[in-house]
Ligand binder design. Structure first.
Ligand SMILES: C[S@@+](CC[C@H](N)C(=O)[O-])C[C@H]1O[C@@H](n2cnc3c(N)ncnc32)[C@H](O)[C@@H]1O
Length: 277
């Protein structure tokens, strides 16, 4: 079988399994099985696959056809300038979260050695991207999941970034003093999760997806550890920005504003903890 034929078959198989972008995923998996980039695949279209390559591609396709997220099957995923290891212990970092990081970096601009806390760090995506892109940032990240912290530490080692990871449940409050507290908390309702795609519903950790009330818990806890003039930045569910903005104002934050993700939806809400508090 040639590379071109294998791609065609892979695409049909993934389409049958209900995968949203079968051609894109087929290309990623074929490239991974052959040790090529996606653009190199096109150049090798007429080459015959070896038996080992064919077997490897079949294994990867079996996993993806079972609707395991592409990122888990590949074992890594791009987030801003980093390539992060990801597996079932962590949420797959999303493009909207890259926008959360962008907003954090804007708020930190001009601060020499800002102290930052990432609540619910998962793969370490937010914490590591901030450490990577704001030189001098002193970043701590917490999570209740021991498995997630293992992945995050591994990602920090691989990227040679210095972030302190701590096992901690935000329900018990926060400690320290920070210029910025950022979080992408679990915010999917327990009934809503059953209506989502199998990739999210059946594969990503429930502790990372399902949660009600985490956003307010974090905003309240952050108010106790932010320096005057410090900021909280929260990723919120689609359609929840106005409600979360009101909640921040009620808690005493000022300069509350929301920002859009790459598809124009309000997904990032921030507030400033005023020095007058
Ligand atoms: C939506 S995921 C975000 C992961 C990562 N920050 C990202 O944006 O890709 C939420 C994370 O919060 C963690 N978490 C859930 N409940 C928590 C709690 N009570 N205290 C601290 N972390 C919690 C989960 O384990 C998960 O890693």
């Amino acid at each position: 079988m040639t590379v071109g034929e294998a791609l065609g078959r892979a695409c049909l198989r993934l389409d049958d399994a209900g995968v949203e972008d079968p051609l894109v995923d087929a290309e990623w998996l074929a490239a991974h099985a052959l040790g090529l980039t996606r653009s190199e695949l096109a150049l090798e279209e007429r080459r015959e696959l070896t038996q080992a390559e064919e077997a490897q591609l079949t294994l990867l396709l079996d996993r993806r056809a079972a609707r395991e997220p592409l990122a888990y099957v590949l074992g890594e995923w791009g987030f801003r300038r980093l390539t992060l290891k990801v597996d079932r212990r962590v949420l797959v970092p999303r493009p909207e979260t890259e926008v959360v990081v962008e907003r954090c970096l804007e708020l930190l601009r001009g601060l020499d050695r800002p102290v930052v806390l990432d609540v619910g760090t998962g793969s370490g995506a937010i914490a590591l991207a901030i450490a990577d892109e704001h030189q001098g940032a002193r970043v701590t990240a917490i999570d209740v999941s021991v498995g997630a912290l293992e992945v995050a530490r591994e990602n920090a080692r691989a990227a040679e970034l210095d972030v302190t990871f701590v096992e901690h449940d935000v329900d018990y409050g926060l400690e320290g003093e920070y210029d910025l507290v950022v979080s992408n908390p679990p915010y999917v309702g327990s009934e809503e999760i059953e209506t989502l795609e199998p990739e999210v519903r059946d594969w990503e950790p429930r502790v990372a997806t399902v949660g009600e009330g985490h956003t307010e818990t974090i905003a309240r806890a952050a108010a106790r550890v932010l320096v005057p003039g410090g900021h909280v930045v929260l990723e919120v569910a689609d359609g929840r920005a106005a409600e979360v903005s009101d909640m921040l104002r009620r808690l005493g934050y000022d300069e509350v504003r929301s920002g859009e993700d790459l598809t124009g939806r309000d997904r990032v809400v921030e507030g400033r903890w005023s020095s007058a508090q």
